[in-house]
Design a protein around this ligand. Structure first.
Ligand SMILES: C[S@@+](CC[C@H](N)C(=O)[O-])C[C@H]1O[C@@H](n2cnc3c(N)ncnc32)[C@H](O)[C@@H]1O
Length: 490
């Protein structure tokens, strides 16, 4: 029989096992809460401290679409005749969530070799010396067919989605609300940490139904965008995006659009300087404060094109560049690929315009520690379902925001909470990604860190920054010379 003491011991052991997976070394770092931020300084986190009434970044519980957008959606859906719209949107959503990038040529070759070996190993080879030429040919064809079938079953068959009229409508139903929620969260962190940044212009690659524009307008409401440049290869998507901006009224011309009217009245949603194009502008000369590429990287047909596009977008940016994808392992790896590529250019290029750093989510420019395990680095946004009104759903997303120039010296480099905070009766467990590029777990208690700091830890949500400085315990420093570096960094 288990005694209550045994049970307690087992629970503690299990909880330790569950919470410490991939998070840090046997010795947890020491966490010192950063209550020392000088409120009179120009520290960009000041606004957070005063406005949000708690450290870290304000979390948006359920992100809602702006009323004007909801009304436009209702109008468009109300006049839609497609009886399969909901079913199509579910199929499309499923496809996009599980979408992977196309295989590289070398990966495809690898799969071909292994399939050939596998099929050949199970095949019985008759003596062909007595066979007619025809029979030998038949045998070889049948073997090749088997290998081809095996390759098709093993290799991921990437296909681009063709966004015609009905697919664009399905996208609107399936993805507008979750995409809006993740972008809104990302933009709001930029607004909170960099209150001086008021984007005047926006460039959106793969703009779809115009979600980035709506999210940016909701976030920086006071800003009047002087120019919004949307690039999407689908004419139907561009038409739908414009219809949403015009309050649910379809444009009467196809192809390129420019809304000419100024957004002067409350009810109007057209913008002066709003452009829709099917192709990237040839010249990189015009630069934008905010450049966005949301849920489009996996639509590009090769890794070379993805990197090329990322570089063009980085050149177009003079402030922030945002990439966001679904929170799957495959999409997260593509985000890391883009992040590392642009950081390598920033490091190794003489072109001053390519210098930059990671603004979020990583508090570092090191290799992502998540690459070493199976869990992707992703975050969560809650949103209201467009179909089942009032139903709250959760969206997982992976993202990176790069900012031109070097990291701010004045902004503290707090670690980011990368999994839900675990609240226990006497302590709080936070799983963090640190400014050294490591996954660490800290335990906050009232006795060690004060009641107020324990409350801060409890209130901090997955995806937010935790206002702590981390350092290594003495014991670890004695044994590992490398860790002396850590102290300096903290
Ligand atoms: C999955 S949707 C994303 C829409 C939008 N960014 C959002 O987050 O809601 C991808 C969009 O990229 C567009 N697209 C795909 N390849 C493109 C390309 N090479 N150039 C421009 N747009 C492209 C598609 O037409 C589609 O509208």
């Amino acid at each position: 029989m288990f005694s209550s003491r045994n049970l307690l011991h087992n629970r503690r052991y299990l909880s330790k096992k569950l919470t410490s997976c991939s998070f840090g070394s046997s010795l947890r770092p020491i966490a010192k809460f950063d209550n020392s931020v000088n409120r009179d300084s120009n520290c960009p986190t000041l606004e957070l401290l005063e406005k949000e009434n708690h450290f870290g970044i304000k979390s948006h519980n359920v992100v809602k679409l702006p009323e004007r957008l909801k009304e436009a959606v209702d109008k468009i859906l109300g006049s839609c005749q497609d009886g399969n719209l909901i079913k199509n949107s579910e199929i499309l959503n499923h496809h996009l969530i599980f979408k992977k990038p196309p295989l590289t040529q070398s990966k495809l070759k690898e799969i071909e070799v292994s399939c050939t070996e596998r099929v050949s190993a199970t095949q019985l080879f008759p003596d062909t010396s007595f066979m007619s030429v025809d029979d030998e040919k038949k045998l070889s064809n049948s073997l090749n067919n088997k290998i081809r079938r095996n390759i098709n079953q093993t290799a991921y068959n990437w296909k681009p989605v063709v966004y015609n009229e009905s697919m664009s409508m399905a996208y609107l139903v399936a993805r507008l609300a979750p995409d809006f929620a993740s972008l809104y969260k990302i933009f709001c962190e930029i607004r909170s940490r960099d209150p001086g940044f008021q984007p005047q212009n926006l460039f959106d690659f793969g703009s779809g139904v115009g979600t980035a524009l709506w999210s940016a307008k909701s976030c920086w409401g006071v800003t009047k965008f002087k120019e919004v440049f949307c690039v999407d290869s689908s004419v139907d998507m561009n038409n739908l995006a414009l219809a949403l901006i015009q309050g649910g009224v379809w444009p009467n011309q196809q192809g390129e659009h420019r809304a000419m009217e100024e957004d002067s009245t409350e009810g109007s949603s057209t913008l002066k300087g709003l452009y829709f194009r099917q192709f990237m502008p040839a010249s990189p000369a015009v630069k934008y404060d905010l450049v966005v590429c949301a849920h489009t990287l996996l639509e590009l047909p090769s890794a070379e094109l993805r990197l090329q596009m990322a570089l063009s977008l980085w050149r177009k940016s003079q402030g922030y560049l945002v990439f966001v994808e679904h929170g799957s392992r495959a999409a997260y790896e593509v985000i890391v690929e883009i992040r590392d590529f642009l950081l390598s250019l920033s490091d190794g290029s003489k072109e001053a315009n390519l210098q930059g750093h990671v603004f979020s989510p990583c508090p570092h420019e090191a290799r992502c520690p998540r690459l070493a395990d199976t869990t992707p680095c992703n975050f969560e946004a809650k949103y209201e379902s467009l179909v089942k009104k009032q139903q709250v759903l959760k969206e997982r997303f992976s993202y990176v925001v790069l900012k031109k120039g070097s990291r701010s010296e004045t902004e503290p480099r707090w670690p980011r909470v990368v999994r839900p905070v675990l609240t226990r009766s006497r302590h709080t467990i936070c799983r963090l990604c640190t400014n050294e590029g490591k996954l660490e777990e800290i335990v906050v208690t009232r006795s060690k860190h004060s009641k107020e700091n324990n409350t801060i830890a409890r209130k901090t949500k997955w995806g937010e920054l935790l206002p702590v400085q981390l350092s290594r315990p003495e014991a670890q420093l004695d044994h590992s010379p490398d860790d002396k570096e850590n102290v300096k960094l903290s």
